[in-house]
Design a binder for this molecule. Structure first.
Ligand code: NAD
Length: 486
């Protein structure tokens, strides 16, 4: 079908307030994962473009953005949110073309929440205070907060605008200047965002955007640049390790939101209808390409078969297909390479002794596009790679458990620690289990419910640091203590 009246956009860099090509004119194709067709071209940046962008951002640290009062900055950031909402339909269409996600998801969650990131952090500026400490009658200490400097924002492809604004809004609210490096697979909404920032009145050089790849390219050059003070990175754990090694040369501050292999724990006493409804989302929303998806499902043995029967039946009803059809629940995976990777895990599941209860294959009648049916696997144990490694697709494993000790043993036996969900109507058990799970976020009887004031981030190899509310400001600003002898 003709998806939308909005046309794909070609993507240029945005440096010092201007949209520009790469110095050598290099571009790469942007592919629509649901049709495998070329959407347009993307300027391919490298060290030279990063250098220009960082230079502009550094210069802007001495410009009008720094001298601006809080009222004016708040108004500009609010306007960015307003302009995102004003272009919501276009942004949602571009996001779905780029990622393959259903249009209802981009339109009702990703884009409105991107606008909210700006509204939230612009309001938050006014709540920030700093401490004073009196040392008897000897001295008075007070802390002042200042911007950190030039921040590099490196983003993944699964929630492109939502995650980019989650970094950009607090970085700007704290008074920094930035260079954004969006994922090479999803460049379009970042390009429109740069335009929106300009239209909202953000001065030239404050927001810069360089498109390109990660290793040995734009991403690596941003991490290595000596004038970049911090990197806020969301992406794979393995990439985080590479970035940490190279950022160590200039000792940059790092904020890391990395991979997850999150448990979804279901006790027999929970409300099964609610469990099924939410578990369909936490398993398959956005094709399972959300870091918070609950891809390891643990069910108390007495409820195991009943849960499986209902869950398989309901998952079978999910419509997979064209992201622009309103009935579609599961769209296309991001790329051919990722599709092959996910399919590789399904083959591995069989080799490891698992049973594919549902899915595991391309839906009939969809020959083009990287489509995969919701996939439910049983019969695997905790040591299997399919249970241990992040698959990042519409693939879940379901494992029974017999006791809380057995459960916690299995749940915590992973390198990851991003999030977890616990389903139970027993209040004491909810507290007990939530307290013992090794994860940065634990939901009880819900999933993905977020208040932006609360700390967000992972433990173990799922991340370093916290974002959200004051935590974001802590990362994006510097505190100086001034001590006055009385
Ligand atoms: P990725 O690590 O491959 O890429 C992320 C970004 O890093 C891209 O922009 C890429 O170009 C860049 N990059 C890659 N190598 C680099 C290098 N050497 N130096 C600098 N930049 C480099 O991740 P992805 O495949 O785009 O995203 C999926 C991953 O992101 C999953 O692991 C998922 O769990 C994770 N994720 C985590 C969160 C969270 O909040 N914890 C949120 C969303 C996604």
């Amino acid at each position: 079908m003709e998806p939308t009246q909005f046309k794909p956009v070609d993507c240029l860099h945005f440096i010092n307030g201007q949209f520009v090509s790469s110095l050598d004119g290099k571009t790469f194709d942007n592919i629509n994962p649901s049709t495998e067709q070329v959407l347009g071209t993307v300027a391919e940046g490298g060290a030279a473009e990063i250098h220009l962008a960082v230079k502009a951002a550094k210069k802007a640290l001495k410009g009008p953005w720094m001298k601006m009062g809080a009222n004016e900055r708040v108004a500009i950031l609010r306007k960015v949110g307003d302009l995102i909402l004003a272009r919501q339909d276009q942004l949602a269409a571009l996001e779905s073309m780029d990622t393959g996600k259903p249009i209802w998801l981009s339109g009702s969650i990703d884009i409105p929440r991107s606008a909210y990131n700006f509204h939230f952090f612009s309001d938050y500026i006014r709540t920030i205070t700093t401490e004073t400490t009196q040392m008897d009658n000897i001295a008075l200490n007070y802390a002042v907060r200042s911007p950190l400097g030039v921040i590099g924002l490196i983003n993944p492809w699964n929630l492109p605008l939502l995650l980019l604004t989650w970094k950009l809004a607090p970085a700007l609210a704290a008074g920094n200047t930035v260079v954004m490096k969006p994922a090479e697979l999803t460049p379009m909404t970042a390009t429109v965002l740069a335009e929106i920032c300009r239209d909202a009145g953000i001065p030239d050089g404050v927001v810069n955007l360089v498109h390109g790849f990660g290793p040995n390219s734009a991403g690596a050059a941003l991490v290595e640049h000596p004038d970049v003070n911090a990197i806020s990175f969301t992406g794979e754990t393995s990439t985080g390790k590479v970035i940490m090694a190279s950022a160590s040369k200039t000792l940059k501050r790092l904020s890391y939101e990395l991979g997850g292999k999150n448990p979804n724990i279901i006790f027999a006493d929970s409300n099964m209808d609610e469990v099924i409804e939410t578990t369909l989302k936490s398993s398959f929303i956005n094709q399972g390409e959300v870091c918070l998806c609950g891809s390891r499902i643990y069910v108390e043995r007495s409820a195991y078969q009943g849960f499986l029967d209902k869950f398989v039946a309901k998952s079978r009803e999910l419509v997979v297909g064209d992201p622009f059809e309103p009935t579609t629940k599961v769209g296309a995976l991001i790329s051919e390479e990722h599709y092959e990777r996910v399919m590789g895990y399904i083959e591995l599941a069989v080799e490891e002794g698992g049973t594919i209860l549902l899915g595991g294959k391309r839906p009939e009648g969809l020959d083009k596009g990287y489509y995969l049916e919701p996939t439910i696997i049983t019969g695997l144990n905790r040591d299997c790679r399919v249970v241990q490694e992040e698959i990042f697709g519409p693939v879940v494993t379901v494992i029974p458990f017999d006791s809380e000790d057995d459960l916690l043993d299995q749940v915590n036996d992973t390198q990851y620690g991003l999030s977890a969900t616990v389903w139970t109507n027993d209040l004491r058990r909810a507290h007990r289990v939530a307290g013992q799970i090794e994860a940065g976020i634990v939901w009880v009887n819900t999933w993905f419910l977020r208040d932006l004031r609360t700390p967000f981030g992972g433990v173990k190899q799922s991340g370093i640091g916290r974002e959200g509310g004051l935590h974001s400001f802590e990362f994006y600003s510097e505190l100086k203590n001034i001590c006055i002898k009385l």
